[in-house]
Design a protein around this ligand. Sequence first.
Ligand SMILES: Nc1ncnc2c1ncn2[C@@H]1O[C@H](COP(=O)(O)OP(=O)(O)OP(=O)(O)O)[C@@H](O)[C@H]1O
Ligand SMILES: [Mg+2]
Length: 270
Amino acid sequence: MSIEHLKSHWGFSRVPFSKELAPSMFFSSRAHSEAVARISWCIEERALGLVTGEVGSGKSVAARAAVSGLDSSRHTVIYLANPAVGARGMYAQMVQALGGVPRFHKAALIPQAMAALAAEEAEWGRRVVVILDEAQGMEEALEELRLLMATDMDSKAAFSCLVLGQPTLRRRVRLGAYAALNQRIALRYVIEGMSKDETGAYISHHLKLAGRADTIFAEAAVEVVHQVSRGLPRAVNNLATQALVATYAERKSIVDEAAARMAAAEVDAE
Ligand SMILES: Nc1ncnc2c1ncn2[C@@H]1O[C@H](COP(=O)(O)OP(=O)(O)OP(=O)(O)O)[C@@H](O)[C@H]1O
Ligand SMILES: [Mg+2]
């Protein structure tokens, strides 16, 4: 079976449930919309925000959506998604993103990063937005970020900072060692899975983007997908795709409960 066969069987103009969605094509679940609104607020207020959620819940997508709504001539977004780099790497990436050449020693690198951050707004009128994605396990680096934000006697930080990570991150920053960091977090949002109705609408949304606006998934199939995925978008994508494959394999035109169960067994086995 090839993707082309699958596409022609279903009459898709493009492969549904793909990762490469433009922000204008995102599905507005309640959690997604709320996350985007809060992230936007956090950026506006130059605050430190923490958005957590399970793997595949839509954290990165929500951040992308919020960033896409920014006036790009007035914002500089620094997106850091490499938890392995540690605090030094974080500073170095910031300096680089702002057009500088990172100094070697951390003691020199920190003031360099601070100066670059301050100059971006003062000289160029651009608000800096730092997004630290997949930040679970990066608590040490976060603590340093807090210090970087706490300039000017705490009045206004030089940049907005958005931290995204798995639920463990939320729990860890609550530990005593991170009390100061914890206190500085002005926004906390947990992206939950979608409701059953939303999961159904989410599936329809993706299928419509692929050119099929009519009903392909039977209600019972949606129910299985919802239960197994717990409404987490990436899991829904995987299950729905496998269910389309299973249905195609039997040359059927409606994804029924049996196909969804088969998909669940396959995705589980991965
Ligand atoms: N609002 C949405 N509209 C459309 N698709 C979405 C939406 N939210 C999530 N998705 C889909 O789910 C996938 C997973 O979302 P995302 O990468 O944002 O999850 P995450 O929470 O960042 O996961 P991880 O913990 O693995 O980084 C995306 O690639 C996208 O296909
Ligand atoms: Mg992510």
